[in-house]
Design a protein around this ligand. Structure first.
Ligand code: GLP
Length: 252
């Protein structure tokens, strides 16, 4: 498996701790140099254990997020930030409320934009990432369609932050947490493929047998906008952090 840039662990806990350690090391290195650390963060069930580990590191090991600037990948639209279904709420519940990150350094795309405001807002989000110095580390999960963030099949490699329409598979996957597919917002604001690919280091985490097919396709198939995660093959510092189940279909 050496030709793929994978780190394979016996459990999702071990993989999550590995990524949390990498984040901690970078924050501490940057703190010692007096520079801030810019993190691109993801939602979904996959990063939750890693966020728990970061919280533990903050509470027990003194890891500080005072000099961290965060940019989340995406948000449903329409979506009120205070809604329990929002990614804004998810990030506060699972990470931000438990660490010392400054509120003004937290960036989650807005799900409340009018059609007239979307494109200016998205361009500003993109510019804000650049002004912060670019993403040092981008955390990714992967959707069943091969989406990263909400870059659904068909998303071009040069896409930047924008409003997108969600794929039926993605809507179906989100249905249980919304109490039915009819309640899932059909649109989202997402960083683009190009936004993600500009990150200096990317950790894509995937755990469990349910991710084995898409992980294998992402790493072994030709690069195609039909599976946007395949664009990661063009990024020279992406590490696929997997457990045994998620890596089970990769050719040896
Ligand atoms: C959503 C998010 C993605 C995430 C995916 C997989 O679609 N927008 O960023 O990677 O779900 O979620 P999970 O980690 O729960 O499998």
């Amino acid at each position: 498996m050496e030709k793929y840039n994978t780190e394979i662990f016996g459990s999702s806990l071990a993989g999550s701790k590995y990524v949390a350690e990498k984040i901690k090391a970078l924050i501490e290195l940057n703190d010692s140099k007096g520079v801030s650390t810019v993190l691109g963060l993801a939602t979904g069930s996959t990063p939750v254990i890693m966020y728990k580990e970061l919280i533990r590191m903050h509470k027990e090991d003194g890891l500080s997020f005072q000099n961290v600037i965060s940019f989340n990948l995406d948000e449903y639209s329409p979506m009120q930030p205070e809604s329990e279904d929002s990614y804004w709420y998810f990030m506060h519940e699972n990470l931000f409320n438990h660490i010392d990150i400054k509120a003004e350094n937290i960036n989650v795309p807005k799900g409340t934009l009018s059609d007239d405001d979307v494109s200016t807002y998205c361009n500003d989000y993109e510019a804000k990432i650049d002004a912060a110095g670019g993403l040092d580390i981008q955390i990714l999960g992967i959707g069943r369609t091969g989406h990263i963030g909400f870059n659904e099949p068909g998303s071009p490699e040069e896409s930047i932050t924008r409003q997108v329409t969600l794929n039926q598979i993605t809507l179906d996957d989100a249905a249980p947490s919304f109490g039915g597919v009819e309640n899932v917002p059909t649109k989202a604001i997402t960083m683009g493929v190009a936004t993600v690919l500009k990150a200096k280091t990317i950790y894509l985490m995937a755990y469990g047998s349910g991710k084995s097919e898409i992980v294998s396709e992402t790493l072994t198939s030709d690069i195609t906008s039909q599976v946007p995660a395949t664009f990661l093959q063009n990024h020279n510092n992406t590490i696929f952090v997997l457990d045994n189940e998620a890596s089970s279909l990769l050719p040896t």
